[in-house]
Design a protein around this ligand. Sequence first.
Ligand code: SF4
Length: 274
Amino acid sequence: MQIFIAKDSGFCEGVSAAFGQAKKYHDIFMLGNLVHNRQVVEKLGEQGIKVIKDIKDIKDGETLLISAHGVAPYIYEEAKKKHLKIIDTTCSWVKRAQKLAKEVIEKGYQLIIIGDKNHPEVKGIKGWSNDKGIVISSEKEGEDIYSRLRNKVGVVAQTTQSDENFNSIVSFLQSKVKDLIVHKTICGATQKRQKAAIDLARKVDVMLIIGDRMSANTKRLTELCAKTGTPAHQIQTKAELKPQFLSGKDKIGITAGASTPDWVIEEVVKILKN
Ligand code: SF4
């Protein structure tokens, strides 16, 4: 059996920076998960970083860590009122998407956000548009809403969208909207990971995609690998590795989501080698 690991996989620069920051602190509060990975959140929990779901759940004067996914502006306003100390690990790519969403609205354009409406990053970006952005995740959803669109529309994307989905929605909007501004805010790390995963999937007999099921970018990697026709299995940890995934396969390809830590990838590789 031969094992190949995708050139770009695992922790991206944004997650590495957020995790590196968070590791310096103890007994503080984190609004939502730092990243969508259970092992990372558990590790931070061991050093006393508690996850809260709502800013109301933190007492005045405490320390609040903002995740790599970013938050809406009202969180900063609330934090100020409560005299919280803020540790902001919002990824710079997410900040760029937030800034562009705000700009689109300020220019008097209607905003479309291409992404998953329940994802914290998308909720944050929408917040920067004064909640005026319309979130769609597919061309079909674009067809459902286009009759409500004005002539001036601006587009931004969740940073972890696939190129393919983004391009198909944008092509559809271009055919319907007179004045369309397109901000392709998919981050560089996502693009590199997606390309490396597709390239590898085309060369191997099976792909294993390691990452939490909450992770949007890991889910996208699995979908893209599967589209190449190579069997693709997403596993969260070594515990989900099944013998039938590997039965009759010689070349095993591995990739991992941007929020999957090295130690989880290494455990899977070790089991495969053994
Ligand atoms: S996936 Fe991209 S946007 Fe998200 S944290 Fe990593 S670098 Fe930043």
